[in-house]
Design a binder for this molecule. Structure first.
Ligand SMILES: Nc1ncnc2c1ncn2[C@@H]1O[C@H](COP(=O)(O)OP(=O)(O)OP(=O)(O)O)[C@@H](O)[C@H]1O
Length: 590
């Protein structure tokens, strides 16, 4: 013979409280929700829910009520809900659907009493449920159809049922409900969502919404964007933050479902890039998870997220067309978000191209401007490299954009998507030397002896010395690594720490590199100091001076210093000092 499951209610309640609900506070939401649903089911009149605090908490509604048979079937059967149709799907107009909400009252009470009278006839019924799983049904007294749920707080849970807490919870969850809600006679509901109310003029609407943002989120918004997604039965507003935020801060939004608060910190309602807005929305068609504290991930939520993203984007595009000053102010605050968007979106890319200033060797300017000024401009994908090369490169007529900040290189590489001619190539430092002037053969020849001493001085450091003639003349020496040279350096480092076999393989690879792939120390013959050094005759002094130039070029270019580099830097500094003070035999030597 088949047997029925036995349910230990205490275990179920424990499960709910630990795993389904984040806090016992949801008990009031579930009671309000049942009241609203009962009013919806009754269908006539606006409906009222009255909450009374005291020794017992009472929630009265003038909804459909229950007959005795329904009490047995619905209140006393876990997982049974009147709010589903035959297929087991959530019925559209109701908040509840799972048939477990009433159990949440056991989070704060050991005993729940329901006195109800059905609007469809029959006598009043009194049902009492106990946390241990027993229940009792007896005749009740009640004149009007509707339901009253009473809770006597459990020892230790009375804080959840104080007038102050109940008022706060009722306001939090029920402020926007379409039925009249009062707590101890004080009205909680006030006219529904403020973004849907009627206003005498747009200015008043704006002022009210700004005040609403201050109350909810604590900031006066930079702007207010209206949101609407009909498929999701969604309306709402997005408040643009007046301060910059990091893109990693996930936007937490306030979401109402059928005008009952789902949660104050819902993530994933908007695309990640829209981290610069906080939204309040009310949706009729989105589904909650069973705990009713988050949105259920389904296709509709996906589509909604995209639609909301589009609306935030349209706001920006409109701003760029109608109010450039405001757009600029927005970009000063939230350029990171806009850049993140531009990586996937052509409209945003156009806005970035046209409005956002980048650092360039010609000073700050937009990419669009940069491209009209410099047909063959280049970019660096590294801030240090930009710092290092902007002046030199600019002086050679190769204009440079700093693409080293977050998203920038990606944006520059994506430019051809909006303009096929908008190709900016990355700068390879080694090609800069091709712009540098070579010396006339005579000077070149005269420098040979110097060069061979200089080369010896930096040979152990793996770099090649050349002398060129370039601007700016104030720069005595420049250290240039090409991409290939950087790759070689990495190989060498790996080889030093690799085991024998592997290091042979790497060694073979390294051998294949052309000589010109070594980093170069380019001495500037246009610089007076460099010229004086090149004219020195004293071998020791030449070595010290070239090593000092090498070290200074490394430091100036923010290149990483290896142990050997630091040693050379120290030695050359002390050596030059020694030369400078001309003290062949320190006195305190003995
Ligand atoms: N105030 C009420 N008036 C009329 N019927 C009620 C009331 N409260 C509960 N019920 C009945 O009891 C059933 C079970 O309620 P319960 O809150 O456990 O689940 P639910 O509201 O159906 O779904 P959910 O778990 O999503 O809240 C409801 O479907 C409803 O038929």
């Amino acid at each position: 013979m088949d047997q029925a499951f036995q349910v230990d209610l205490r275990g179920v309640v424990d499960l709910l409280s630990r795993h389904l609900y984040s806090s016992p506070r949801v008990y009031l939401r579930e009671l309000l929700q049942n009241g609203v649903d009962a009013i919806t089911a009754r269908g006539d009149g606006p409906g009222r829910i009255r909450v009374e605090t005291g020794a017992e908490l009472r929630v009265h509604d003038d909804g459909i009520g229950l007959t005795e048979a329904e009490v047995h079937e619905l209140l006393a059967t876990i997982g049974r809900s009147s709010k589903r149709d035959e297929l087991g799907l959530a019925r559209h107009d109701f908040l509840g659907q799972f048939g477990i909400g009433l159990l949440s009252a056991f989070l704060v009470a050991d005993e729940i009493t329901v006195v109800t009278r059905s609007a469809r006839g029959g006598d009043a019924v009194r049902w009492t449920g106990f946390a241990d799983g027993r229940y009792r049904v007896e005749p009740g007294t009640r004149e009007e159809p509707g339901t009253t749920v009473s809770l006597r707080p459990r020892h230790g849970a009375s804080d959840w049922l104080t007038p102050a807490t109940v008022t706060e919870l009722a306001a939090t969850y029920g402020e926007l409900l379409p039925v009249e809600l009062t707590v101890d006679g004080r009205r909680i509901t006030a006219g529904g969502p403020p973004w849907r109310a009627a206003y005498p003029d747009p200015g008043r609407r704006r002022a009210t919404l700004e005040e609403y943002s201050r109350r909810l989120f604590g900031f006066t918004p930079f702007d207010v964007i209206d949101l609407e997604v009909p498929e999701a039965g969604l309306t709402g507003v997005a408040f643009v933050l007046p301060q910059p935020v990091t893109p990693s801060a996930r936007g937490a939004h306030r979401v109402y479902l059928k005008r009952m608060l789902l949660a104050e910190g819902v993530e994933g309602l908007l695309p990640d890039w829209a981290f610069f807005v906080r939204c309040v929305v009310d949706a009729g068609e989105l589904r909650p998870t069973a705990g009713r504290e988050a949105l259920y991930e389904d296709e509709l939520l996906d589509a909604t997220r995209e639609a909301l993203g589009r609306q935030v984007r349209q706001w920006l595009v409109r701003l760029s067309e109608t109010d450039p000053a405001k757009l600029r102010a927005f970009l000063r605050l939230h350029h990171l978000g806009v850049k993140a968007m531009a990586l996937n979106d052509d409209d945003m890319l156009r806005i970035v191209d046209r409005w956002l200033e980048f650092e360039t060797s010609d000073g700050p300017m937009t990419l669009a401007e940069f491209r009209t000024r410099h047909r063959d401009g280049r970019y660096t994908a590294d801030v240090d490299e930009f710092r290092r090369l902007a002046a030199v490169s600019g002086a050679q007529g190769v204009a440079l954009v700093n693409g080293g900040y977050v998203y920038d290189a990606g944006i520059i590489e994506r430019l051809p998507a909006i303009d096929p001619d908008a190709v900016l190539r990355p700068l390879d430092a080694s090609e800069l030397t091709s712009h540098f002037g070579v010396l006339d053969p005579e000077t070149e020849l005269a420098l040979r002896p110097f060069l061979s001493v200089a080369q010896r001085a930096v040979d152990p450091l793996g770099c090649e010395v050349v002398v060129r003639d370039f601007d700016p003349a104030s720069l005595p020496a420049l250290y240039l690594t090409s991409r290939a040279a950087r790759h070689q350096a990495e190989l060498r480092e790996t080889r030093e720490s690799a085991d024998a076999l592997w290091s042979d393989v790497l060694g073979a690879l390294e051998g294949m590199a052309a000589v010109s792939d070594r980093p170069q120390l380019v001495l500037n013959h246009r610089n007076p100091l460099a010229r004086r050094i090149a004219a020195l005759k004293e071998t020791g002094l030449i070595e010290l001076a070239v090593q000092a130039l090498y070290g200074q070029a490394l430091l100036l270019g923010h290149h990483p210093l290896r142990a050997a580099d630091t040693a050379v830097l120290n030695r050359s500094f002390l050596g030059l000092l020694d030369w400078a003070v001309h003290d062949p035999a320190p006195e305190d030597d003995e």
